[in-house]
Each structure stands twice: as structure tokens, then as C-alpha cells.
Design a protein around this ligand. Structure first.
Ligand SMILES: Nc1ncnc2c1ncn2[C@@H]1O[C@H](COP(=O)(O)OP(=O)(O)O)[C@@H](O)[C@H]1O
Ligand SMILES: [Mg+2]
Length: 284
């Protein structure tokens, strides 16, 4: 499906921003990705969902070559990252990544966290880097925290700083790997809001998330992975509310109502070995 969500035109190129072809990745004899084919159009938001261990992080990490694919091809903006002759540092600058852990430098200010990579990696001069930092802090609603240190911020604010840091490098594509999973529930919303705004501005995004309401509302497409393959994909609303595959249905049931599945699975292990009754209230 061609994407028209972006702010700008496609500048004469109809190629998807991200193209993944026949991607395999093994760690030793652990065959984690088993033939992934996926396109993400310019300005498109694709949410990747699936059980733990299904290869979602490995897929994202292969897209910016943090992991080297065992076979297959990855193109970003028409450049083949898996070409051995590619300038991988240059190619990677076009890709911003946001992790579950924010990885901010604790000993420098928020502004320093945003200017340092620009100066080191891009060679941006000090004034320009500071201006870009201000602009992106403003974008994530944290202009007032420019001089704060990470420890003075909530987890949600730190993750917004991490997003602003990635944006300060001027990426064409943003990859998010469970960006809200380490956050207290009340802080999830502010991070998702920032991501929603980015999506609205036309950023090309791949988002690994368990936030189904976000996926439904913001994603153009949802991809369900299991066992290193894409089991199904389609418009967010369809995959989340009317999945075609049994495996997708089972996964969604567990994500949407975790208590329903986890409790019985652990029950047998709770049987007291010495014949004593379990303590009242189920505490052990
Ligand atoms: N750097 C690594 N070295 C060895 N095994 C890895 C590495 N990264 C991931 N794996 C393995 O790959 C599989 C998929 O992991 P991952 O991509 O993190 O899944 P997900 O993000 O869906 O939970 C797991 O079996 C995991 O142990
Ligand atoms: Mg993961």
C-alpha cells in the first residue's frame, strides 16, 4: 500500500524507506530470524508485535546493522546497508534508535546529551548543535529541562530526552524497541504522545511495542512475529481486532489480559511439598 502520510513528497523515489529482503539471523545454532521480508514506506508507522524471544529486537537491530544479518538484504533510503562496501557510519546516521533503557550519560546535562553525539559523530559546531538540541527538546516538550541532569528527571522525561537525542541527529527513520516497557504505567502516556506527534509529522517509524491501543491508533500497519517469521500483517485495526491466525489471537489474548493466562500456568508449582496449607492470602 503506497503511503502518503509524510509531510514532503517522495522526491522522485517510489522505493520504500526501509526494505528488508530474505533476512536471516542466527546466533550460533539459534536460528532467530527465518526469512523476513518487509517494506516500510516513507512516513509509514509500522508496529511490530509478538511474544518475547520471537526476534523483534533482532529484527530492529539488523535494520541498522547493530547485528550483522546472516543472509538477506536491508535497504534504507535506497542504500543497501548489507553491501560490504557501504559506508555504514553514514548510512546509520539516517536511522535513529530508541531503546527500552534510555542510556543517557548521567554526568552531563540534558543539553549535553543532545549536543555530544552531534559534535562527535556529525562534527556539528557548538552553536549549531545547541540550537538543534533546543529545537528537539522543544519538540518533546522538555525545553525547560535543558540544564537538568538525567537523574533529576522522571523515566518518562528521560525517554523523551532519548527521543530528542535521536532526533537531533536528523534521522530519516526512527526505530523504537519497546520504548515504554521500563516505565511506570503513569509515565507511558507522555512518551506515546511524543511518538504520536512524530508519526503525525511524517516520520518513518518501526515500533516494537506491547501498547495495543497505540498500535491501533497510530500504526498504519501491524506486523505480528512469532518464531522468527512474520505470521501476519495488515492494517492495525484489522490485525489487532480481527487477527486471521490462531497464533496472533493467542498472543493478543495474553497481551490484552495477562492475568487470564499466566495464573494457571504457574499453579502446579505452588503445591506445598510438605502438606501444609498455603498461607492465607496466597503470600509466600
Ligand atoms: N546478541 C545475541 N547473542 C545471542 N543470542 C541472542 C542475541 N540477541 C538475541 N539473541 C537470541 O535471539 C532470540 C530472539 O531474541 P530477541 O530478538 O531479543 O527477541 P524479542 O525482542 O522478540 O524478545 C532469543 O532466543 C535470544 O536469546
Ligand atoms: Mg526485544
Amino acid at each position: 500500500m503506497p503511503q502518503t502520510t509524510g509531510t514532503g513528497d517522495t522526491m522522485g523515489s517510489d522505493r520504500p524507506e526501509i526494505e528488508i529482503r530474505g533476512l536471516h539471523k542466527s546466533f550460533g545454532d539459534n536460528h532467530v530470524l527465518r526469512g523476513i521480508d518487509l517494506d516500510v514506506g516513507r512516513g509509514e508507522v509500522v508496529c511490530v508485535i509478538g511474544p518475547s524471544g520471537s526476534g523483534k529486537s533482532t529484527l530492529l537491530r539488523c535494520v541498522n546493522l547493530l547485528e550483522e544479518p546472516t543472509s538477506g538484504q536491508v535497504f534504507v533510503g535506497g542504500t543497501e546497508l548489507t553491501d560490504p562496501d557501504v559506508d555504514i557510519d553514514a548510512a546509520r546516521r539516517r536511522i535513529g534508535m530508541v531503546f527500552q533503557q534510555f542510556n543517557l550519560f548521567p554526568h552531563i546535562t540534558v543539553t549535553g546529551n543532545l549536543t555530544l553525539p552531534q559534535r562527535r559523530v556529525l562534527g556539528t559546531d557548538k552553536e549549531r548543535a545547541a540550537a538543534v538540541a533546543r529545537e528537539n527538546l522543544d519538540r518533546v516538550g522538555l525545553a525547560a529541562k535543558a540544564d537538568a541532569y538525567p537523574a533529576q528527571l522522571s523515566g518518562g522525561q528521560q525517554q523523551r530526552v532519548a527521543i530528542a537525542r535521536a532526533l537531533s541527529m536528523g534521522p530519516d527513520v526512527m526505530l523504537f524497541d519497546e520504548p515504554t516497557s521500563a516505565l511506570d504505567p503513569e509515565l507511558v502516556g507522555e512518551v506515546l504522545s511524543v511518538m504520536r506527534v512524530l508519526a503525525g509529522e511524517g516520520m518513518t517509524m518501526m515500533v516494537v511495542t506491547h501498547e495495543m491501543s497505540f498500535a491501533r491508533e497510530v500504526a498504519d500497519r501491524v506486523v505480528f512475529m512469532d518464531g522468527g517469521v512474520i505470521v501476519e500483517q495488515g492494517p492495525a485495526e484489522q490485525v489487532v481486532t480481527r487477527p486471521r491466525h490462531e497464533r496472533t489471537r493467542n498472543f493478543l489474548d495474553r497481551v490484552l489480559d495477562p492475568a487470564a493466562v499466566e495464573a494457571p500456568a504457574e499453579a502446579p508449582a505452588e503445591t506445598p511439598a510438605d502438606g501444609e496449607a498455603p498461607p492465607a492470602g496466597g503470600q509466600r
